[in-house]
Ligand binder design. Structure first.
Ligand code: SF4
Length: 260
C-alpha cells in the first residue's frame, strides 16, 4: 500500500488521459489575462492536507485557472474562497485564505482530494476520465487509515466516495443518494465511515444562494460532532506533521448539473 506522499507523486506523473494533460498544459501556456504573470502548475493536482486525517473532502476536479494554476486543490479560485474560510471556522484549517501552494496553509485532521485530478474543459470530466482517476481515490482512502467522515462536495464527488467505499468492501446502512445535507453510514468489520453530502461551493451555487455560509457551516459542524463522538483525535506518533502532501467540446462530458 502506498502512502499519501507516494500517491501524490504518482498523480503528478499520471498520463492516463492524454486529452486532459494536453488541455491543462495548453491552459498553462495561454493563461488568463488576470494571471498572465503567474507560472501555472499545468499538471494533475494531488490531494492536500493531513496524511493522518479522519475527515476527507472529495470535490469534482481542478479549475482551469484555480488549482491548475496553483497546483493545490481549491486554491486560487472562488470555490476555495468559500471553502477555506468554512474549514477555518470549523477548526480544520490553519487560516481562512488559500493563496498559493507556498502560503503555509495547513489542514488539521482534514484531507482534500477530487474525483478527477486534471482540469477538464468546461469543468466536465468524461465518465472515462473519472474511471481513469478512480484508483487514486481508492488508494487515498486506504492510506487514510483513520478515515471516519467523508464529505462529497457536489454529486460527482459524493458518488466517487460511494464507489470508493464500496470498492473497499464497505456496506451502506441505507441508500446513498445525493442531496445537500444527506448522510449515510458505511460499515465494514465493525468500522464506520459516515458519508455527508453538500452542494459544491462553486461560484454558481454560492452567488445564487443555493449554498449559503450557514448551510455549508452546518455540514462541517456535523462532521465535527461525528469525529468528537468517535474520539481518537490524536495523531499517530510516527506520522509526519500535518500540512501539504504536495510532492513538489466533448459530448461525453458530464453535465455541469452533476456538480451541484
Ligand atoms: S485525470 Fe487523473 S487519471 Fe486522468 S491524467 Fe489526470 S491524474 Fe491521470
Amino acid at each position: 500500500m502506498r502512502d499519501i506522499a507516494a500517491i501524490s507523486a504518482a498523480v503528478v506523473r499520471c498520463r492516463r488521459c492524454p486529452e486532459l494533460r494536453a488541455y491543462t498544459a495548453q491552459v498553462a501556456r495561454e493563461k488568463k489575462r488576470a494571471h498572465r504573470d503567474c507560472s501555472y502548475w499545468g499538471k494533475p493536482v494531488p490531494g492536500f492536507g493531513d496524511s493522518d486525517a479522519r475527515l476527507v473532502l472529495v470535490g469534482l476536479a481542478p479549475g482551469a485557472h484555480g488549482s491548475n494554476r496553483t497546483g493545490r486543490p481549491f486554491t486560487g479560485d472562488a470555490s476555495g474562497d468559500f471553502l477555506y474560510p468554512a474549514l477555518f471556522r470549523a477548526g480544520f484549517a490553519s487560516a481562512p485564505v488559500a493563496r498559493d501552494r507556498f502560503d503555509g496553509l495547513e489542514l488539521r485532521d482534514c484531507f482534500i482530494t477530487a474525483a478527477a485530478r486534471c482540469a477538464p474543459p468546461q469543468n466536465k470530466p468524461t465518465p472515462q476520465e473519472l474511471r481513469n482517476c478512480f484508483s487514486f481515490l481508492v488508494e487515498e482512502f486506504e492510506a487514510l487509515e483513520r478515515l471516519r467522515v467523508a464529505v462529497g462536495l457536489g454529486a460527482i464527488g459524493f458518488n466517487a466516495i460511494v464507489r470508493a467505499l464500496a470498492q473497499q468492501g464497505f456496506a451502506f446502512v441505507g441508500k446513498p443518494v445525493f442531496a445537500h445535507g444527506a448522510a449515510v453510514d458505511a460499515v465494514r468489520d465493525g468500522r464506520t465511515v459516515s458519508l455527508l453530502a453538500t452542494y459544491h461551493p462553486s461560484r454558481q451555487n454560492t452567488n445564487t444562494g443555493k449554498l449559503t455560509v450557514a448551510m455549508f457551516d452546518a455540514i462541517f459542524t456535523r462532521a465535527k460532532e461525528i469525529l468528537a463522538r468517535a474520539g481518537g483525535a490524536g495523531r499517530r506518533s510516527a506520522d509526519p506533521a500535518p500540512g501539504s502532501a504536495h510532492p513538489s467540446s466533448n459530448p461525453e462530458r458530464l453535465d455541469s448539473s452533476g456538480t451541484q
